[in-house]
Every structure is written in C-alpha cells, then in structure tokens.
Design a protein around this ligand. Structure first.
Ligand code: F42
Length: 355
C-alpha cells in the first residue's frame, strides 16, 4: 500500500458552492488556477446557481484547471441530460471536464417533494431504494452516450431505449468519473467503478475508516490504488490570523455536526445531545445560541481551520492515510481571495513532489 501510494502525485482542488454571482465564482476559480489548483468542483443543489452554466463560464475563463460537477446525482437529473451537459462542457473546455456523481443531498430532496434516495419525478423507472444501482446504471448510460454509442438498458433502476447523442466531446468516454461517497457501500462502489472518490470529511480519522472500503472496491475492479484518486472534500478555512480563521469555521462545523450520523459523532467524541441541541437552535433560527455550542473539538473534527502552518499539519495527516487530492472547500477562509493566495504561496508548494 505504501509503495502504491508513492506512485500517485498529490493534487489540490477547490470547491465552490455557486451561491455568489457567476462571474465572482468563475473569477475565483481563475485565481485558484493561477495559484496552483488542478481541479474546480462546483456543487449541484436546486437552490444555488445551476452547475452547468457555472461550468461553462468557468471553462471560458480558465485554461488548465479541470472543472467538474462536485457533485450531481442520477435522480434530479436524467442521465441522458447529464451526458449531453457533460459532453457540451467537454467541448467548451477543450477536454477538461470531470463528472462527479453521488446519491444526492437529503435536505434538498426533501424540499423537492420526494424521499431520499429519491425517485426521479420525471420517470416511473426508478427504484427508490437503490442508490448504488442507480449510480452504476447512470454511469453506464452516461459513458456509453459520451463514447457515441446507442444505449438500450433495462436496468434494475434505469430504463433507456435507443438513446444516442448526435455529438461527442474531445474526451469521449475518458471523462474522469468521480463519486461523492461517505457510506461503506458507496465507498466500495466508488472503488469498483470510478476513477476517484470525493469524500466529504476533513479529519484523518474519517479517512482511516474509509480507506479499507475503497481498497476493497479498487481490488475488486482489478486495479491498484495508484490508479485511483482519493479526494478529501474538506471544509476549510485559512487566513493569516489563526483565531479569525477558526472563528469563520464555527458555523460550518455546526451544520456538519447537525447533519452527521451517530457513528461519525461517536468517532469524534461529540455527544449526540450536543448535535441535537445545535440542530434545534439552527432549526429555530436562534443563531446566537449556536456559537456557544460549538467547541474546538467540533471544529477540528469537521473543518481544517487555522493559519497555513496548522492547516498544513492537518493536510499532512490526510495524505498519510492515502488521500491523493486535497479539495479546499467552503468557507475557504475569512477572506476567500486571500485564502486562495495563501494556498498558492504557503500550502500547495509545501507538498510539491509529495506522492
Ligand atoms: N449532494 C448534493 O446533492 N449536491 C452536491 O453538490 C454534493 C456534493 C458532495 C460532495 C462530496 C460528497 O462526498 C458528497 C456530496 N453531496 C452532495 C452529498 C451526497 O449526495 C450524499 O448525500 C452523501 O455523499 C451521503 O451519501 P452516502 O455515501 O452516505 O450514501 C447514502 C445513500 C447511504 O445511505 N449509503 C449507504 C452506504 O453504505 O454507502 C447505504 C447505501 C446502500 O447500500 N444502498 C443499497 C442499494 O442497493 O443502493 C440499498 C440498501 C437497502 O437497504 O435497500
């Protein structure tokens, strides 16, 4: 395993939730490209800017960074339309697009009027209990279409009859496929069918727990870990002032604590009662009650937060577990542009040549 890890280069990615004006988001991605980032992952939720116009704008404003969905899902977007969107961005970006897909976010699915995992409301062909099968079949549909093939699938969850794209992008079926995953089943499936995984976690302990599942899936696929990109989709806050950077991370830590399943809370020594109290305060909009409930342990469990030196130590710990792509996620820092520049000067260069 250690020998295999040595073979894979470490890269940095950046995540943006498109909750800001499109040009501001795309300009931040360009700044990230200029500061050494290799990947830009844009989230997909109905309440934010639409991921595909965002990827279009980002593709036009950048030249080397790889823009991708971070992540979409096979339920709210028909895989045929995911295929045509990805092939289009592939053309616009000159072959730089990545496709990230996962089971989808429970909170937004609830608001859309269906359960989790969800049936697509535009089709009766979905089995709502089968997110693993849905992603496998969606991947098959999308990649056959990207390659220019005609698709007929009467799958367990997806049925497609005689579908074909009338164009293909430059990468065709080589568009890298990443899966958003946390659960053991999703992690194993990612290892089996994807080129990489995007794990929503910021603490070494979560990667120690995840890695055996990924390795099992990768082993099943007949590949080795050096063929697979393990992405740490972190919550991150860096700034020159350590205390200010950690303060910026508080609310993110509160939201992640509220949404974490009991085994994850237990792994980080966070009492279930505290998580529930945070959830109740957030639910009631009592923001002033949230801050005092968030302690240092909670911030360290769910966010990489501090000055460049302290963030580098945490990143180092993640790399030791086998992480190969560090994704700097929201809030990024008290000042986002400054945080991106700090990554370019004091963080990314610290890991140059590290495999
Ligand atoms: N969600 C979004 O909607 N938009 C985003 O932009 C987004 C970004 C993102 C980035 C990274 C990341 O890791 C997650 C992200 N998410 C985003 C959240 C993501 O969509 C999921 O909500 C999140 O990853 C949680 O998924 P999970 O890996 O925990 O998987 C769920 C479905 C789960 O319960 N998995 C279990 C497991 O072990 O992995 C069980 C799955 C399983 O085994 N299912 C069986 C099957 O056949 O599918 C059926 C089981 C049965 O009982 O029948």
């Amino acid at each position: 395993m250690v020998g295999e890890k040595m073979a894979r280069e470490i890269n940095f990615g950046i995540e943006f939730v498109p909750n800001m004006p499109p040009n501001q988001c795309a300009d931040r991605v360009k700044l990230a490209e200029d500061n050494g980032f290799k990947y830009a992952w844009i989230t997909d939720h109905f309440n934010n800017r639409n991921v595909y116009p965002m990827l279009t704008l980002i593709s036009l404003k950048t030249s080397t960074i790889r823009p991708g969905t971070g992540i979409t899902n096979p339920f709210t977007r028909n895989p045929l339309l995911t295929a045509n969107a990805i092939a289009t961005i592939d053309e616009i970006s000159g072959g730089r697009v990545n496709l990230g897909m996962g089971p989808g976010d429970k909170a937004t699915f609830d608001k859309m009027g269906f359960g989790f995992p969800a049936p697509a409301i535009w089709s009766g062909n979905w089995d709502i209990k089968k997110p693993l099968g849905a992603i496998k079949e969606a991947k098959e549909v999308v990649y056959k279409l990207l390659a220019g093939n005609s698709v007929d699938i009467a799958g367990e969850t997806i049925k497609v009859t005689g579908a074909k794209l009338d164009f293909t992008g430059p990468q065709k079926d080589k568009v890298p496929f990443y899966m958003g995953a946390q659960g053991p089943g999703m992690l194993k499936t990612a290892g089996e069918i994807a080129d990489g995984v995007l794990i929503n976690a910021s603490n070494k302990k979560d990667y120690v727990a995840a890695m055996p599942n990924i390795e099992e899936g990768v082993g099943k696929s007949g590949r080795s870990m050096s063929d697979f990109d393990v992405g740490a989709y972190t919550a991150f806050s860096v700034g020159p002032d350590l205390a200010k950077a950690r303060k910026s991370a508080k609310m993110v830590a509160a939201f992640i604590t509220m949404g974490s399943p009991p085994p994850v809370l237990e792994r980080h020594g966070i009492p279930l009662g505290t998580a529930k109290a945070i959830g109740a305060a957030i639910g009631a909009g009592k923001w002033g009650d949230v801050g005092p409930l968030v302690d240092d342990n909670m911030i360290d469990a769910f966010v990489i937060a501090g000055d460049a030196d302290s963030c580098n130590k945490k990143i180092d710990g993640l790399l030791d577990t086998g992480v190969t792509q560090v994704i700097i996620g929201s809030p990024t820092g008290p000042d986002v542009e400054e945080a991106i520049k700090i990554c370019g000067t004091d963080i990314i260069p610290s890991f140059a040549g590290r495999c």
